[in-house]
Structures are given as C-alpha cells and as structure tokens.
Design a protein around this ligand. Structure first.
Ligand SMILES: Cc1ncc(COP(=O)(O)O)c(C=O)c1O
Length: 331
C-alpha cells in the first residue's frame, strides 16, 4: 500500500481467532489497534474532520477543541498535524499518560481537568471547560464526539462494513460503549442482519450510559458519567456490564494465553463474552471489536502496583475470579 496520507492506512481487515477461548463456539477479535495513531478512534477523527471540512467550518490554521479520554485525542492530534489544523484536547486524570505524550508529540495543546462532576466522573467537568473556552473564542471548532452523528456514521461505514465485507455476519457481535459511536454505528449497519447477528453492547460497572448507578471508574475507554446524546437506549442491542476487576483478569489472561497485548476495553468486551458464554450455541461465531492494543496500559492494567492501588488485590487473584470462573483459558 502506498498512501497519500496516514489516515488512508486504516487497517480494517485484521481479524484474529482466539482458539479455545470458550468451549463450543469460535471467538474472533477485530484488531483496531493496528491503525495509525493506535486505535479505532482514527476513523472517528477522520469522519469528524471530513464533515467539518465539507461544511466549510475548518480552514488551514483553524483550532479544534475536544474532550477525550485518550484515543480520540491522539487520533485528532494526528489528523490535525497531517491536515494543518491546531488541536486543543481537554483530558482528565484517568487519561493515559502515554496517550497524552502522543498528543503532545503531534503538537496538540493539552488541558487537564481535575475536578470530578456530580456523578463522580470527569465528563461533565470536561464539557463545562470546553463550553467556557468556546464562549471565550467563537473561532474554536468543537466537534463534540458525544453528540456528533459523524461519530456513529464513521463506524456504520467502516467498522461494521469491514466486518461484513471481511468476515461476514457473525452470530454475535460484542462492542464496547464509550461515546457509543462504535456501538450505534454497528447497530445501524447490522439492522438488515438483525435475524442473523445479535449485538451486545458492553460497558464498565460505574458507567451511567445503560442506566446503572454512577461509580468511580479507573480504566479509560469505556463508560460515561453522563449519557451521550448519540446513544439511543431503544436501539437493538443487549447491554452487559463488566466489573473492572474482571477486565484486568481478562486482559492479563489474553496476554499470557495468546501473546496478544490488548487495551483495557478489549478485556472488558471479552469478559462480557465470557459472561454470556452459556447462551452462545455450539458452532456459533463471535466477533469482538478490540479498540486498541495494550502497550498504552503497561503502567496501569498490566502493572501490579497500579492494580492493587486502584482496583484491589482481588483483581490479581485468579481464584477469586467472579466472572471468568471455571474452564475458559484455564487449560
Ligand atoms: C480504548 C477505547 N475503547 C473503547 C472506546 C469506545 O468507543 P466509542 O467511543 O465508539 O464508544 C474508546 C473510545 O474512546 C476507546 O478509546
């Protein structure tokens, strides 16, 4: 492949099987961490920027401001660098240090919000900060990934389309929910396949998106402290919640069993497959969307001291595994 620009290098057709992940059915992972800028969010950033350009809202030197838990910021910073736009990213203390370093390497300005909002998260605080910045400077362009239909359409037209074109309609499709752009986009594109593919939306315990009570979360990527505008609770998917301790155990088992270092949200989504394993019929094919790889999480998910401090020592104890239980991956 010889590309004109780095965002043309998006690798949408990398699917890897996890042999014997669960007895009876076949589990595959769609690896989005192989994209430039390291995550699925390059598609979101590309779609958002293209739409702003089409509407004449971006000129060379324009400044984009966005709230991000990490990956969208890295992707926007990369696209901004490639297209000649300035980028300001509003992050919080849960944001990954390596992601922030990458944003800075691409030349973005970083603003860290430290006060928690009424739900104990940071999203409300990040949005408040952006509203104040936009009020001060009307030339700032705020795409607002939580309310931007181009976030949904990016995944309808790429992530979901790539699964259909490169793999075919799976029996089950498991997708994590952050802004819910990936989930809503997959639900839209798989509408005509409703009878063949069951979609499961996966979120972290403590997130409010699916209606659960708010609680502190430590792993970036999934979850919100405020329901995103693009989320449609009546959409055709099944919600599943996963505890952060199960995310940690799953990530670590996948690394040791398959030599695949996946990001935190990928472990969450795989833990949801395990949670539903008794409902998945023998011979069925399960597809899991993995938004990023694990190298950005070596200081957190894969670091014992961090896990003990933030999640609890039980997350390192496979015998106390609340979800993983018997069998899977233990052989
Ligand atoms: C690592 C990771 N996983 C999952 C997600 C969730 O994707 P979405 O925002 O499309 O719901 C994100 C979004 O930033 C992410 O960075």
């Amino acid at each position: 492949v010889i590309a004109d620009r780095m965002d043309q290098m998006i690798n949408g057709f990398a699917f890897v099987e996890l042999p014997a992940f669960a007895p009876g059915f076949d589990t595959f992972v769609k690896l989005e961490g192989l994209n430039p800028a390291g995550s699925i969010k390059l598609k979101t950033a590309r779609s958002i920027v293209r739409s702003l350009e089409r509407r004449g809202l971006l000129r060379p030197g324009s400044r984009i401001v966005e709230s991000t838990s990490g990956n969208l910021g890295v992707a926007l910073a990369a696209i901004g660098a490639a297209c000649g736009y300035c980028v300001t990213l509003v992050v919080d203390p849960n944001a990954n240090k390596r992601s922030i370093a990458a944003m800075a390497a691409f030349g973005a300005e970083i603003v860290v919000v430290t006060e928690r909002d009424a739900n104990g998260g940071y999203l409300g605080s990040r949005i408040r900060r952006i509203l104040a910045m936009v009020a001060d400077d009307p030339d700032l362009v705020w795409p607002n990934q939580y309310a931007n239909e181009n976030n949904v359409n990016a995944h309808r037209d790429s992530t979901a389309e790539e699964i259909l074109a490169g793999f075919g309609a799976p029996d089950w499709l498991f997708v994590g929910a952050g802004t819910t752009g990936t989930l809503m986009g997959c639900v839209k594109r798989f509408g005509p396949y409703r009878d063949r593919t069951r979609i499961v939306g996966v979120d972290a315990v403590g997130s409010v998106t699916f209606g659960g009570p708010a609680a502190t979360r430590n792993i970036p990527g999934l979850g919100t402290s405020r329901v995103p505008e693009i989320f449609d609770a009546s959409a055709d998917f099944e919600p599943v919640m996963v505890a952060e301790a199960d995310t940690i155990r799953m990530c670590r088992r996948i690394a040791r069993t398959y030599g695949l270092l996946l990001g935190g949200s990928s472990g969450t989504v795989l833990a949801a497959v395990h949670q539903l394993r008794n409902r998945i019929s023998p011979g069925q094919r399960v597809m899991v969307v993995s938004p990023d790889l694990g190298d950005r999480y070596l200081d957190t998910v894969y670091n014992d001291a961090w896990v003990i401090e933030h999640i609890g020592a039980e997350a390192l104890d496979e015998q106390r595994d609340s979800v993983l239980g018997e069998g899977v991956l233990s052989a």
